[in-house]
Write a protein that binds this ligand. Sequence first.
Ligand SMILES: [Zn+2]
Length: 555
Amino acid sequence: MWIKTIKGLGIFLTFSLLLINCQTIQTALENALQSISLTDFKANIQTLSSDEFGGRAPATPGEEKTVNFLQQKFAELGLKPGNGDSYFQEVPMLAMKVEPTAKLRVFKKPTTLEFNFSQDFMAWTLRGVEESGFDQADLVFVGYGIVAPEYNWNDYEGVDVKDKVVIILINDPGFETNDPNLFNGKAMTYYGRWTYKFEEAARQGAKGALIIHETAPAAYPWEVVQNSWGGTNYTLASEDNNMSRCAVEGWLSLEASQKILETAGLNYADLKQKATQPGFKGFSLVLQASLHFKNDVSHVTSRNVAALYEGGERADEVIIFTSHWDHFGTDPSLEGDNIFNGALDNATGTAGLIELARAFTNLKQKPKRSFLFLAVTGEEQGLLGSQYYATHPLFPLAKTVAVINIDSLNIWGPMKDITVIGYGLSQLDQYVEEEASKEGRQVNPDPTPERGSFYRSDHFSFAKQGVPAIYFSPGVDHVVHGKKWGLEQRDKYLAANYHKPSDEFDPNWDLSGAIQDLQLIFKIAYRLSEEATFPNWNEGTEFKHLRDQMMGIND
Ligand SMILES: [Zn+2]
């Protein structure tokens, strides 16, 4: 009898303690969540995207202002320097600008076609050289320019492209055909990205690589190509001075491409159709081309900003938040507004990082694991800052629990859902699903996977090294206006403002949805900090063996 009573009392006590414990955690989290400030968030977006910050290009006065601003904000919140006694991680880069008077000439006797820089083509070199180009080089059409053994695909098979210039289609055969058995169907694979196309062309020994631009498969209009590569281009400095890259990389406008193909007696639509067929092989266009340009090259140092909030129990285990602070700067050659303010992309994410940091410092009890707030440079130039960090980590990658990337937050108001780019790839999904469902919110995959967003922001640099990484994007199912409206807003932004000087702060933005997303992200990260497990990539992903390897897991 007494045993029963005591046992009953014990259960009662345990239950009460649990309840108190739960309530304290809840209250503590509530305080932290409420400390995320709409007012500060808005003000910080305005500052970062102001004309005074000049569009935040790496190694410009805009960088100076941006990284100092971030350092000050993190220091004020009591975060420690993430790199020894410094809040900065230096990132050595080459900065390069191509002389915009360059002409591309294509020859088929007796015809000579002449094309203008920017209007018809964009070209640059990532080699650290004062001039570059090609002279009477053979043009070779290599379809999608893909070598993918796992898909039994090789556009370069039996084709000699050494010292020649390859012409490549953007995206991959799955996109064009919508055939789920070709690559990843409509969803873009890494083979569809321009970054891959140039890497592969260089491996094949091509002198030049020119991608045919088409808006749908590229996911952006020609103007974005002009803006993205028309100013100063940056790349990570390397020991070989990047001489392993092609001498020339670039894009051709669709109109210019069609003219070139017609001169070769070919039709773009036919060629594209042929290139989607398994067994397609590249072939010579029997045309020659010349292009020369001066390249104004300099060695510069840019900076990642790294601020640490140390955990209370396992401080050596780190959860990283990434958000790129950089954008395209100012282009003096443009008439009218020539400042790329990058308000949505990515002053919102950078300001969001500050709010997340604020939330963690408002926890009554320190989280068990540490948090690194990493505002990276050079994202717009090819994920440079994150790539540098992932290959020169400040904290061991094997002790890095996860990377949470924020690039462009929600400006359209509260959504019933949140988008996870790369949904289905890692165990991190579970955390998102559980926390989102507590708020009655849905987790959705990328509504437009054909745009290849998974390869287009900083989490990918970590994925490539094996660290589980997740990329949050705004939901699309608007609480008041619904899903169709939500998708329309995204498309409108993409067409009108993405990577254009018009990506400016607008006082009419409804940032309450961004606050809601930040709170959700905070809860997910907090859960990760309280656990002892290390999430992994899912079986069958190309990243899992890398994580297994670094964690000493044999599979
Ligand atoms: Zn961005």
